[in-house]
Design a protein around this ligand. Structure first.
Ligand SMILES: Nc1ncnc2c1ncn2[C@@H]1O[C@H](COP(=O)(O)OP(=O)(O)O)[C@@H](O)[C@H]1O
Ligand SMILES: [Mg+2]
Length: 143
């Protein structure tokens, strides 16, 4: 069964993208079939964490109905699949994310969503699409 997990936090800069990337690579090294999704539709950065640059087809094209989700997936040499978003403006509804993930269900072992900062529409879409939420805390400012 596919586990869809979003990594969420009320804040930016706390380590969500780093943690999502490392968790995805670690799980794939344990033989799991993992896809990491960039939930930052308006501030994409997961592909940059993997040194992959921008793709011709992004998650935003999928959400707009202009591409199949499988067209937007890029396989990283570490074995993990990455689904980059785009920094370009897009018009579609963020709720399309849950529907777009259907092709992965029963196919991938894990779908990890690196959510945007805050609690806006993009984060809500990630949480709605997920079975589980990993709430990321960084307590360094409370020391
Ligand atoms: N465990 C950690 N210890 C120290 N620095 C970290 C840790 N995790 C992430 N960072 C650094 O913190 C910054 C923000 O991380 P990032 O993963 O982009 O956060 P977010 O996705 O929550 O905005 C980056 O410079 C990253 O290298
Ligand atoms: Mg991030």
């Amino acid at each position: 069964m596919t586990r869809v997990i979003s990594v969420v936090s009320g804040k930016g800069g706390v380590g969500k993208t780093t943690m999502t990337s490392n968790l995805g690579v670690a799980l794939s090294k344990h033989g799991e079939d993992v896809v990491i999704i960039d939930g930052n539709f308006s501030g994409a950065n997961i592909a940059q964490h993997f040194g992959m640059g921008f793709q011709d087809v992004s998650l935003n094209d999928v959400l707009e109905g202009d591409a199949y989700i499988t067209q937007a997936v890029a396989k990283h040499p570490e074995g993990v699949s990455v689904l980059p978003a785009s920094i370009l403006e897009f018009e579609s509804e963020t709720e399309n994310l849950k529907h777009s993930l259907i092709d992965f269900l029963g196919d991938k072992d894990y779908v990890l969503i690196d959510a945007a900062a805050g609690v806006g529409d993009e984060v809500e879409a990630a949480v709605e699409a997920s079975d589980e939420v990993l709430w990321y805390l960084n307590l360094s400012s409370h020391r």
